[in-house]
Each structure stands twice: as C-alpha cells, then as structure tokens.
Design a protein around this ligand. Structure first.
Ligand code: ADP
Ligand code: MG
Length: 229
C-alpha cells in the first residue's frame, strides 16, 4: 500500500485581523491517492483557492495536518518547505505568473536552476516541446498569446517532474477552444508520469473528466451529494 499523494486532517484557517477576520477553512479533511485526478468545485468564496495554497504549503493552517507524499508539511521549516515544494509540487494559476524579463526557455529552466540542476536548458526545451512550443523558446511572455503563456507556465510547473500538479482555474483567462487544448495537456502530461492532479474548476465538463470530485461549501468539504431542487 502506498502513501496517499495528499492527506489533510482537521485543517482550520482564519485570515485577516479584527473585525475583518474570516474563518476560511473549517475542519477540512481529505485524501487524494497517488495518480488520482481530483476536481475541486464549489461556489466562489467557498475556500477552493485557499485549500490549494494549504496543499502547496504556501499557506500554513492554524490547526490540522497536511501531508504530501507522506511528508508532514508542518514539520518542515521555511527553507525545507520551499525545497520540498520546488521538487514535488507544480502549480499553475489562472493568471500565468511568468517572469516578463525571461524568455519561455528561461522561465521553464528557472526552477531547475534553483534546484541546483546544471544544464537546465536541455530538460526545459524537452518540456516546452511536450506542450507544443518548440518554436517559441526565445519569445518573451509579452510576445506570446494567453494560451501560449499558459503552456509555458505548465511546462515550468512540470519541469522538475513533480509528483503533484495543482491547478487553480487554469483556463479561466482563456477562450473556450484554447482552454480545451490546455486542459487536454493538464490531464495528459501528469497522467503520463504517474503524477497526481488537484484541479479547481468552475466547469462541470472539466470536473467530469476527473476521477473524483470534492465539493467545497463555506470553507468545508461537503460530503453529501448536491441535491438539485
Ligand atoms: P474560492 O477560491 O473558492 O473562490 P478563496 O479560497 O479564494 O475561495 O476564498 C475563500 C474566502 O476567504 C473568501 O471569502 C475570501 O474573501 C476569503 N479570503 C481569502 N484570502 C483572504 C485573506 N488573505 N484575508 C482575508 N480573507 C481572505
Ligand atoms: Mg479561487
């Protein structure tokens, strides 16, 4: 029996100060198996993005436990957590977050160089080829379309060969056809490497392509199936 890709138990988080303090996650527990593709859905403001931040170790919970690949994130200091994230977790956001002064190739090579890999450009080139961008290596983000920028962001997220890919509404800024092509890659590339996918999406058709759906409501995981009136 292998360890789950993600295991959360009793996760609670509040953010903001004083009267503006918001209880965002309430006693969240979930398990995602290795290699599983999970869709996380729920109304706007229900805590989906915050849940992903906790899963990625970008936000620490007030209470509860989070383990990725069997490693309890709470036991890691900031440097160890950053190294762990860099090696094991890839993240893509709705807005692409590329570094504007770097070419596509440099953007994808950056996390590999950060991890101390020599000659990061060869694997970065391979990654860009897998997302269909072999002919855009020297382009800067501003010279690329939205869909192309998201392909670069995906190549960057996957370049360290993470065991977990986290995607927060990755096609939210793209037109339907472009979004569909990106989603085909987001489902295919991690699956081909045996990696796990945690995808937040508003799109029922995308959620339906996942192995399983986790529903959030008011900061909690809603186990009961939705009853439509
Ligand atoms: P979703 O992704 O499901 O739309 P979020 O996780 O972004 O939801 O946000 C959940 C709730 O937490 C929202 O009510 C949001 O306003 C609140 N929230 C998110 N970040 C902060 C923050 N840094 N400080 C205070 N409240 C926040
Ligand atoms: Mg969100």
């Amino acid at each position: 029996m292998s360890l789950p890709a993600v295991a959360m138990r009793g996760v609670d988080l509040s953010l903001g100060r004083g009267a503006a303090r918001v209880h965002i996650l309430r006693d969240v527990g979930l398990t995602i198996a290795k290699g599983e593709a999970v869709g996380i859905v729920g109304p706007s403001g229900s805590g989906k993005s915050t849940l992903l931040m906790i899963m990625a170790g970008l936000e620490r919970p007030d209470r509860g436990e989070v383990a990725v690949d069997g490693v309890s994130l709470g036991t890691l200091g900031e440097d160890a957590l950053a190294r762990f994230r860099g090696a094991r977790i890839g993240i893509v956001f709705q807005s692409f977050h590329l570094i504007p002064t770097m070419t596509a190739l440099e953007n994808v090579a950056a996390p590999l160089e950060l991890a101390g890999q020599r000659n990061a450009f060869a694997p970065a080139r391979d990654e860009l080829e897998q997302v269909g961008l072999s002919d855009r290596l020297s382009h800067y983000p501003a010279q690329l379309s939205g869909g192309e920028q998201q392909r670069v962001a995906l190549a960057r997220a996957l370049s360290p060969n993470p065991s977990l890919l986290i995607a927060d509404e990755p096609t939210g800024n793209l037109d339907e056809e472009t979004g569909r092509a990106i989603m085909d890659l987001i489902f295919a590339l991690p699956a081909r490497r045996g990696a796990t996918l945690a995808l937040v999406t508003h799109d029922p058709a995308l959620a339906a392509r996942c192995d399983r759906i986790i529903r959030m409501r008011s900061g909690a995981v809603e186990d009961a199936p939705l009853v439509t009136a």
